[in-house]
Design a protein around this ligand. Structure first.
Ligand code: FAD
Length: 495
């Protein structure tokens, strides 16, 4: 039985990068991947010419140093920065004017800046929601100064020249719209604002890659495939459909067993199993057991929810199809989402962001709408059949766009990363307010620490304190662990 220098568990971004790096150094590498495809949370939905990333889609911080850009360039994959396009906001009563939309966005952005790493640090139990929606929140500053009937501005009497009843009610509507728009932050966070820790809000903002976004041509999954192919060119072996069920250290060698009982041996292992999956594995999976602090970090670090709903139409029937890059739908209903809510009730009560692929802001436009579902609607929609969800969303769109008749979607797709046994969620979230002691970004550092004297390493987005939750985090972690293992193997051979 061959003994590999390194066995890599998982062929997502982190595993692919680690495999390429180590194999290019002449190390013998075996990659074991449970799915029948590579890419993991890089997953491109394809139908004819329509290709849509239903996992990761953007190279965030494209001009700001994201390493995924250099990987695309190295592999000859074109990348596209979207041309500017309108971002339209639909309020409960219809399309907002651009000045209304701009002022809502400006207020939200000012509030976000105000809550970047607040100092002095708020108590660990304070949530981002408590600050954003508090009575003195900068989110409502512009609404409050003009609204005497509002309870937002008790310490600062309003300017009487703006205190007509009409102005008061429109400012209340602004406040409701601001709260609804702030809920859109739950999409990238992967969790409700009530769960996000205020103390650590914005912790990543100075280090993560942000600013410009670009999309790799042909989708993210194909780019991972190219990285894996490079590793195979350097003699790495890749086994798909191979789910690892146990990892054991025996006599200075690591034995990895898959679900069929097949055994593989390596001097080192890099585990890229997603955090959500690690949480579900029996503790006996690793023997000897992982360090207690690692186990605690696995238990306490949060994995968020983000799903995508894709509707492909025979033609683009919605307004502003040629000019709008995205539509944000603020809720029309204040009814709380419950276990008995219908899909339509869920959509009506949620803040939804829909990307419009018909707009030629990227090459190859198509009559396609892609909607991001944050935790609350995503989990509630899970209780319904995808076909029912698609039909309800189509009718929701018709009513919000004020269109009476339109063709139904010809194809559709609803992701389910949350129950996918090989993902168990979208990505890790920023630090949370937790009943199990204070969580902090150090959790991600803890998850990156090697075990078993350096023979067992961990990579993956969850292991990158600075870039968690992103392709950049997965790439950086794969490179980090490959370099560490390479050094370890050199020292081991030198004795
Ligand atoms: C809906 C969505 C949208 C996103 N959007 C973006 C975005 O626009 N930009 C961005 O930067 N990031 C985005 N992300 C995050 C990004 O996709 C991830 O951070 C990144 O792909 C994670 O890579 P990874 O290697 O850490 O994990 P994964 O890609 O999950 O790879 C882990 C691999 O391990 C395999 N595996 C699991 N268990 C086993 C086992 N027991 N044995 C063998 N193999 C196993 C899995 O099948 C998987 O292939 C998004 C994620 C989602 C879900």
């Amino acid at each position: 039985m061959p003994v590999f220098d390194t066995i890599i568990i998982g062929a997502g971004w982190s595993g692919a990068v680690a495999a390429k790096h180590l194999s290019s150094k002449g190390r013998s590498v075996l990659v074991l991947e449970a799915r029948d495809r590579v890419g993991g949370r890089a997953d491109t939905w394809k139908d004819g010419n329509v290709k849509v990333d239903v996992g990761c889609s953007w190279i965030h911080g494209y001009k700001e140093g994201n390493p995924a850009r250099s990987i695309a360039e190295e592999h000859g994959v074109a990348t596209h920065l979207p041309k500017p396009a309108d971002g339209l906001i639909y309020g409960p009563d219809g399309l907002l004017s651009s000045s209304q939309a701009n002022s809502l966005r400006a207020a939200l952005s000012a509030a976000q800046s105000a809550f970047q790493l607040p100092y002095p640090p708020p108590p660990p139990t304070a949530s981002l929601a408590s600050a954003l929606f508090g009575s003195d929140s900068p989110l409502f500053a512009s609404a409050a100064t003009a609204d005497p009937s509002s309870d937002l501005n008790q310490t600062s009497p309003a300017d009487p020249t703006t205190s007509s009843p009409a102005s008061g009610s429109s400012k209340s509507a602004d406040k409701a719209n601001l709260v609804s728009l702030a809920r859109s932050l739950e999409v990238p966070l992967g969790l409700k604002l009530e769960k996000a820790s205020l103390r650590w809000t914005g912790w990543e903002s100075l280090s993560n890659f942000a600013g410009s976004d670009a999309a790799p041509e042909g989708g993210y999954e194909a780019l991972v495939r190219k990285v894996i192919t490079k590793a195979v060119d350097h003699k790495a072996e890749v086994l798909l459909g191979t789910e690892v069920t146990s990892v054991k250290l025996q006599d200075d060698m690591i034995t990895v067993t898959d679900r069929t009982g097949e055994i593989y041996r390596g001097k080192t292992v890099i585990c890229t199993i997603p955090l959500g999956v690690l949480k579900t594995l029996p503790s006996s999976t690793f023997s000897p057991a992982l360090p207690a602090r690692t186990q605690e970090a696995i238990k306490g670090t949060h994995v968020g929810v983000l799903e995508k709903l894709l509707l492909v139409y025979p033609k683009a029937w919605w307004p502003k199809a040629e000019t709008a890059g995205s539509f944000t739908f603020l809720p029309t209903s204040t009814q709380a989402i419950s276990d008995t809510s219908t899909p339509r009730e869920i959509f009506d009560a949620s803040t939804l962001i829909t990307a419009n692929f018909a707009c030629p802001s990227l090459p190859d436009p198509s009559p396609t709408l892609l909607t991001y579902l944050s935790e609350t609607p995503a989990l509630a929609l899970l209780k319904h059949e995808p076909a029912e969800v698609v039909e309800a969303f189509h009718h929701f769109l018709m009513s919000r766009f004020g269109v009476e008749d339109s063709p139904p979607p010809s194809r559709s797709h609803l992701t389910n990363w949350y129950t996918d046994p090989l993902a168990r969620g979208a990505t890790t979230t920023p630090s949370i307010v937790s009943e199990h002691g204070e969580r902090s970004p150090m959790d991600f550092k803890e998850l990156s620490r090697p075990a078993w004297g350096g023979k067992l390493g961990f990579a993956g987005e969850a292991t990158e304190m600075e870039h968690r939750g992103s392709v950049a985090g997965a790439v950086v972690s794969g490179q980090r662990e490959a370099e560490r293992v390479d050094r370890y193997l050199t020292m081991r051979s030198e004795g």
